[in-house]
Write a protein that binds this ligand. Structure first.
Ligand code: FCB
Length: 453
């Protein structure tokens, strides 16, 4: 490693963390599997979305992606070679229930069974996410998450998957990032299904949270001793200035990005200030919904990428805030601010305000313009530094008493980055899409050395 870079990295040792700490990497079905038309898989909303011109920056789709559906043994070997003891993956609903509900596609479940057995043989603890955004298209045609019927369909999916895998998978995440699946999908229109109504997004989000709460007892019944949680995308929210108006903007923005999910999950219902602001747009709920959403979980999954700096913006959107770019700060190629201290502060805040029993960082990572050098190396010094500094920030949070029990790097492989297509690489391993070769980047080598030192 470059000596200057080496000198600027925090000193870190694996044995500073608990011996049962979970070290892993994260992936998701649509982003890596490919094989979208094989073995009876049904269409997902992402297949449909990608087929619409202008939706995906490079006009690509997950049809082939990393071809993980065929190359999974090699990918699990790669994960194992890093020295991780856990592996997070997601299960494509349309592979299991091609029609969304009803008939189970045995070949779909067989695939995940082979995958899970492959993890167990390699000493990788399986961490399964049930919903990482690939809703069956047939359900979308009946309203998708806007419809309360989709909650019932999700429970059928949960039942089928956990009945088959619950003896071997003991760590379950119901949903990945409801903010993204609902607000980017149903309001901003930049993710599938590409709708643009805030009211729809709020209703969809209510159903997603409800489906989480109702799935918990099913998972526990089919997977004795399982640990179950949800993964949220969370951000520290900071004011653009020290004005009272910006302080109030922080409050509102935090209400939409963080509290809207955390408050109901931790038994406080939807935040009163937000409900008041939303008025008629607030989701329709039924008696008992909020109690189900607040069913106790075993852990909170936190995906952390960047903080948001906000200013008061009267008249702008329902929350009347504007996200401001701090000047002179480090950013990834996505433009996301690099802030390891943001991770520490977010974790402390979660502990202070919600006191989850356990926290797992289920995603954290960065994208840069990686170059495959003629000698076959990818020298991603910036990602390496990002990773090391975020681990150091996590160590600080643990020292402050936050019960962080595991860390999953996003991602094992470069993959299909949703609306950005293949333009954004987040992997510890570079994927040469022309040959499907995987090449461990310098950051991957560093993670391996850290884990095996
Ligand atoms: C998160 C998603 C994940 C990946 C990363 C970069 O929001 O959960 O699938 O796209 O961002």
């Amino acid at each position: 490693m470059n000596p200057i870079l080496q000198a600027s990295l925090p000193a870190l040792r694996r044995d500073e963390f608990a011996s049962d700490f979970r070290w892993g990497c994260s992936t998701s079905s649509y982003q890596i599997e490919g094989a979208t038309g094989e073995d009876g898989r049904g269409e997902s909303i992402w297949d449909r979305f990608c087929a619409q011109p202008g939706r995906i920056r490079d006009c690509s789709s997950g049809a082939v992606a990393c071809d993980h559906y065929h190359r999974w043994p090699q990918d699990l070997d790669l994960a194992q070679s890093l020295g991780v003891n856990a592996y997070r993956f997601s299960i494509a609903w349309p592979r299991v229930l091609p029609q969304g509900r009803g008939a189970v596609n045995a070949a779909g479940l067989d695939f995940y069974e082979r995958l899970v057995d492959g993890m167990l043989t390699r000493g990788l603890q399986p961490w399964a996410t049930l919903y990482h955004w690939d809703l069956p298209q047939v359900l979308q045609e009946q309203g998708g998450w806007k419809s309360r019927e989709t909650v019932a369909a999700f429970l059928e999916f949960t039942e089928a998957v956990t009945r088959r895998l619950g003896d071997r998978v003991k760590h379950w995440i119901t949903h990945n990032e409801p903010w993204c699946s609902c607000f980017m999908g149903y309001w901003e229109g930049v993710h599938a299904p590409g709708e643009t109504s805030l009211q729809s997004a709020l209703q969809a989000c209510h159903h997603v949270l409800l489906s989480h709460g109702q799935a918990l007892p099913i998972i526990r019944a089919n997977s004795a001793g399982a640990q179950v949680g949800i993964t949220l995308s969370l951000h520290p929210i900071l004011p653009a200035s020290d004005s009272a108006a910006d302080a109030a903007a922080v409050q509102r923005h935090d209400g939409s990005r963080n509290r809207w999910f955390l408050d109901p999950l931790y038994g406080r219902g939807y935040p009163a200030d937000m409900l008041e602001m939303l008025g008629e747009l607030a989701p329709r709920t039924q008696a008992g919904d909020l109690a189900q959403i607040a069913s106790p979980m075993d852990f909170l999954g936190v995906n952390y990428y960047f903080p948001e700096i906000v200013a008061d913006a009267p008249g702008l959107g329902p929350v009347q805030t504007r996200v401001v770019e701090r000047q002179g700060v480090e950013r990834t190629a996505f433009g996301w601010e690099v802030s390891p201290e943001g991770l520490r502060d977010l974790l402390s805040r979660l502990q202070r305000d919600y006191a989850p029993e356990q926290i797992f960082i289920t995603e954290n990572g960065s994208t840069y313009e990686d170059i495959l050098l003629p000698d076959g190396r990818v020298n991603d010094a910036q990602r390496l530094s990002y990773l090391a500094r975020h681990l150091a920030a996590m160590r600080e949070a643990i020292a402050l008493g936050v019960p962080v029990r595991g860390y999953f790097a996003w991602s094992l492989l470069d993959n299909f980055e949703w609306a950005e297509g293949y333009a954004r690489r987040f992997g510890l391993a570079y994927v040469d899409y022309a040959t499907q070769a995987r090449i461990l980047k310098a950051s991957g080598h560093w993670y391996r050395e850290f884990l095996q030192r």
